[in-house]
Design a protein around this ligand. Structure first.
Ligand code: SF4
Ligand code: SF4
Length: 365
């Protein structure tokens, strides 16, 4: 199944199966787990203004053997998309072995997403090069996103690290070389906030010159995970930011079509920010996704509270299918999700939630 045609057929099959699960199966029972985010470590070598993970007390983290034991749970056999997050994932010295453990426990896996802050170029290029080779050998689609919030000094300021931009530039250069060899997707992810908004066009031009996609994430404020409520006064959009913010959202929302679900998400965000309309975009976290963190905790989405610990409960399946998890998803759907600006699971959810998406497109967003 490694020829391009076979891969396309397999992706189409998975998509159709997803449409069935979102529109039929889910009415009767909990859909099997299809997307998994693993926060492989909470250690971080950055000091970002929009996140306090780097300043938190170090916690004991699961060893490779403990991760392997948890991942042997049958729950993970249906996982199709895996995202490794953190902290900074490359700070785990056994990251490659952890990826191999995931490959072993997830026979349905066809897509792996990696992120990095790119602040340790040699380590990132070496580790991600190794993983890229393994993905290519197994026919697993790989995407790598490097955090970059602006060109030059603004990035150093956002990350609170001297020469952060120069380091990221070096990382992208090295990953660009690897991309030629292994053919993975390489993108840049930036945080859109009061501080970065005036610099985003320069960043977009910079990425275009280097043939690197630029993904945007609107700043969000949470007392969990990134724990950044204290930074809201510095980072949140002001009244004066509105024209530039709306113009950006309008640009991102253009070209809405069946093949471009993210444009619909941006149209939704434009309505949310300009008119105060509650979020309409679906989110795969509410249906068939989960977060497993470096301590073995399970969350229904990155910003949700822990619903339990897999090591302590002895089973990740039990937690995923638990009444507590269902109750939390329902409460979020009619609560936190209505004001959530996260786009990280939208692309997947819009495609599977096809009928809702068609309705959204027909109403003009
Ligand atoms: S946003 Fe990412 S890179 Fe920055 S401190 Fe948090 S975990 Fe580290
Ligand atoms: S919409 Fe936001 S708050 Fe709701 S599940 Fe998705 S990421 Fe979490």
């Amino acid at each position: 199944m490694s020829s391009p045609v076979a891969k396309r057929l397999s992706t189409l099959g998975s998509l159709l199966h997803g449409v069935y699960e979102y529109n039929v199966l889910r009415r009767f029972r909990r859909v099997p787990l299809r997307q998994l985010v693993i926060d492989v470590t909470y250690r971080c070598n950055s000091r970002c203004v929009m996140c306090s993970i780097w300043s938190a007390e170090p916690q004991p983290e699961l060893t490779l053997a403990q991760f392997a034991t948890l991942l042997a749970d049958p729950l993970f056999r249906g996982v199709e998309r895996l995202m490794l997050s953190g902290g900074e994932p490359t700070l785990r010295p056994d990251l490659v072995e952890l990826v191999e453990a995931c490959f072993e426990c997830m026979p349905s896996l066809f897509s792996l997403s990696l992120i990095t802050n790119g602040l340790a170029p040699d380590r990132v290029i070496s580790l991600y090069g190794d993983i890229a080779r393994r993905c290519a050998e197994r026919g697993i689609r790989l995407s790598i996103s490097v955090s970059l919030d602006g060109v030059g000094e603004i990035h150093d300021r956002m990350r609170n690290i001297p020469n952060a931009f120069a380091k990221v530039e070096q990382t992208l250069e090295g990953l660009g070389q690897l991309r030629k060899k292994y053919g993975f997707y390489l993108g840049v992810g930036c945080v859109v906030c009061h501080l970065t908004l005036p610099h985003l066009q320069t960043l977009a031009d910079w990425c275009l010159q280097r043939d690197v996609d630029l993904g945007y994430q609107l700043v969000g404020f949470h007392d969990t995970y990134v724990n950044n409520i204290a930074q809201q006064s510095v980072l949140d959009f002001t009244e004066d930011d509105r024209p530039a913010l709306h113009a950006l959202l309008q640009r991102l929302a253009s070209g809405r079509s069946l093949r471009n679900p993210m444009a619909s998400y941006w149209a939704d965000m434009l309505h949310m920010y300009a008119k105060g309309r509650p979020r309409q975009s679906p989110c795969a976290f509410l249906v068939d996704s989960l977060v497993l963190d470096a301590a073995g905790n399970i969350r229904v989405c990155e910003t949700a509270a822990n619903i339990g610990n897999c090591l302590e409960s002895g089973s990740c399946s039990k937690l995923y299918f638990s009444e507590k998890a269902s109750a939390m998803r329902s409460a979020m759907k009619s609560g936190a999700c209505l004001n959530c600006n996260s786009g990280c699971m939208v692309n997947i959810a819009w495609r599977k939630d096809l009928f809702k998406y068609l309705g959204f497109l027909m109403r003009g967003g």
